[in-house]
Design a protein around this ligand. Structure first.
Ligand code: 3AM
Length: 180
């Protein structure tokens, strides 16, 4: 049976994506994200079969949560095995995003998706790095005050991730409106 690699995310509106895209330079050999890859992950699910994917989509359909007013706030870096790996833009405020994530987690728990333990750091990935990437510190310094006007996250998206040679491509599977 075919397998689907799923995650649940929020999609920033176009002006915010344009702001982020405008910041995407200054690290040599970084793999900057395309416009259609920009998202804030609420929950990574992983590989599931089609029946389970349908259960997950249905469970998310029962989600009731308010839309969120958010803003971009600075940039950061995740390391993997002590090597810079992911450059991201921060998103604030944490409390409503964490509350929405909890609701998503509760919906998924009802269809048997195990809860995850890693800390939730709301972020939008800007670039992936490998060992050939240049220094990151100048980028982090330059954009430490990166900020946007307030914008709305007004729906949650179930995405399918398809891994390819040029990095992962993300396809929206279903959209779930948040309450305005
Ligand atoms: O939203 P970002 O770009 O931070 O790194 C993957 C990406 O994160 C992450 O899920 C998002 C959509 O692919 N991801 C991939 N595998 C993961 C895993 N095993 C994972 N997150 C947690 N656990």
């Amino acid at each position: 049976m075919s397998s689907h690699r799923l995650f649940v995310a929020l999609r920033p509106p176009q002006p915010i994506r344009a702001l982020l895209r405008a910041a995407m330079h200054g690290i040599s050999a970084a793999r900057w994200q395309d416009d259609d890859q920009l998202h804030l992950t609420l929950r990574f699910i992983g590989e599931v079969d089609r029946h389970r994917a349908e259960d997950i989509a249905a469970a998310l359909g029962a989600l009731h949560a308010p839309a969120i007013s958010a803003r971009i706030a600075g940039v950061g870096l995740f390391d993997r095995r002590d090597t810079p790996h992911t450059v991201w833009a921060g998103v604030e405020p944490l409390a409503p995003l964490a509350a929405l994530k909890r609701k998503v987690d509760q919906s998924l728990a009802r269809v048997g998706v195990e809860s995850e333990t890693r800390a939730f750091v709301p972020h939008i990935t800007l670039a992936r790095l490998n060992r050939s990437a240049g220094p990151v510190a100048p980028f982090l310094t330059l954009h430490s005050d990166l900020a946007s006007a307030s914008f709305a996250f007004d729906h949650v998206i179930l995405y399918e991730s398809e891994m390819g040679h040029g990095g992962s491509r993300y396809h929206p599977v279903s959209r779930y409106p948040l309450d305005l």
